[in-house]
Design a protein around this ligand. Sequence first.
Ligand SMILES: [Zn+2]
Length: 126
Amino acid sequence: MRGSCHCGNVKIELAVKVDLVTSCNCSLCHRYGAIWGYFTLDEVKVENITGRIDSYKHGDEYLDFHHCAQCGCVTHYTPREKAQSDRMAVNLRMFEKSLLDDVAIRYFDGADTWEFKTQSADRYFI
Ligand SMILES: [Zn+2]
């Protein structure tokens, strides 16, 4: 499965199928509007055509959030060395819109409780 930022500079290829995704309301994800899919580093191939990609870290600085320096799309985040993790996330909004039609979206309350929220509406799943 392949996706890219708006201008095509950052291309992302997933080696595995996506069936569960996460929307988080922490101070950063809320602003990005990202829908995250979680993977190990070896399941994702990121290609940066022009070399123009910027990163942002915040809080405890365990993660680098990457965005295209040309079009500004937030594409993925990766663990920094201090995190000692091989988990990363990809913003699935960089893929065909139809990808999100068939997946379960779980809502993570990263702003307060750090728990997944249960909702009754059809679009909410755990
Ligand atoms: Zn771009």
